[in-house]
Design a protein around this ligand. Structure first.
Ligand code: LIP
Length: 274
């Protein structure tokens, strides 16, 4: 069943991604704000989510759907599609090609720690790259198996992260970063969590961490990275989630965890405003 879900997810992600790309090329960049003036959503995000929703409902009318832009369909099959129609919205807005359609398919309560991931697809329309995996198959990029880097020491690691749209939170994240940078090779902030996770899966990055991201940002990419051999988690044995998503291959996971514990560990002050 997982491979049938995967084929369907890929077909929906590619159609939705091509639609969004065509809209972007036609110059459609109308935006609305969400939690604050920096947290934006484009009309194309919303239209793409509506398109994804209708394709899922047509093919699998009994599944649940949870989408970044508000979709909340309660089905009866026990399967949930976790949808980010455009992950990397700010990149989309600026016509920077690092954005993707991300579709994760899970069973059970649709949150990390309780969900059972079945399949995931992340499609970057600009690069024409499909990253995908099922729970029982290899991680693939355009049909070729990909593997995470497993032997990079912290001092040679290329690490990506991201920042919240709220300034108090991003300021706190930036302070932590000041102590990460001197420990690693270099840092990237590419702006789409799903693609960051796929980059760990394909060895384009050694590691990725971020706090504050949501299930639709990682429902697909986390499965793809895990199936490529990366270790994923939170800090101090916690499952990954909004408190922390850390993905890295081999010992690097623990080396980076050790550095991050000084800022984000259980003994440290919590995320501002909590
Ligand atoms: C974004 C992420 C980005 C992260 C932002 C945000 P959006 O998703 O993928 O990397 O740093 O906090 O969650 O809003 O573009 O779908």
């Amino acid at each position: 069943m997982n491979s049938e879900l995967l084929e369907l997810a890929e077909s929906i992600a590619v159609q939705a991604g091509e639609f969004a790309l065509a809209q972007r090329r036609a110059g459609h960049t109308a935006t609305h704000t969400k939690t604050n003036e920096l947290d934006v959503v484009t009309q194309v995000d919303r239209d793409t989510e509506a398109m994804v929703l209708s394709m899922i409902q047509q093919a699998r009318p009994h599944d649940s759907i949870m989408g970044e832009e508000g979709s909340n369909v309660q089905g009866t099959s026990g399967i949930t599609w976790v949808v980010d129609p455009i992950d990397g919205t700010v990149n989309f807005l600026y016509d920077n090609g690092q954005w993707a359609v991300s579709l994760g398919i899970v069973e059970g309560d649709p949150h990390p720690g309780t969900w059972n991931q079945l399949a995931g697809v992340v499609f970057n329309p600009t690069a024409k790259e499909v990253f995908r995996a099922t729970a029982d198959g290899p991680a693939e990029l355009n049909g070729r198996e990909i593997r995470a880097n497993l032997d990079t020491p912290l001092s040679h690691a290329l690490v990506a992260t991201g920042f919240a749209y709220e300034r108090k939170k991003s300021e706190w994240q930036a302070r932590a970063l000041a102590s990460v940078i001197p420990e690693i090779r270099d840092l990237r902030r590419m702006g789409a969590a799903s693609l960051d996770l796929c980059s760990v899966a394909s060895g384009r990055l050694d590691a990725y961490y971020e706090i504050g991201i949501k299930p639709w940002d990682y429902a697909a990419g986390s499965l793809i990275a895990a199936r490529a051999g990366a270790t994923l988690g939170g800090l101090a044995g916690a499952p990954y989630g909004e408190d922390m998503m850390l993905a890295a291959g081999g010992e690097l996971f623990h080396q980076l965890e050790h550095v991050l514990m000084d800022y984000f560990g259980p003994d440290q002050p919590t995320w501002p405003h909590q």
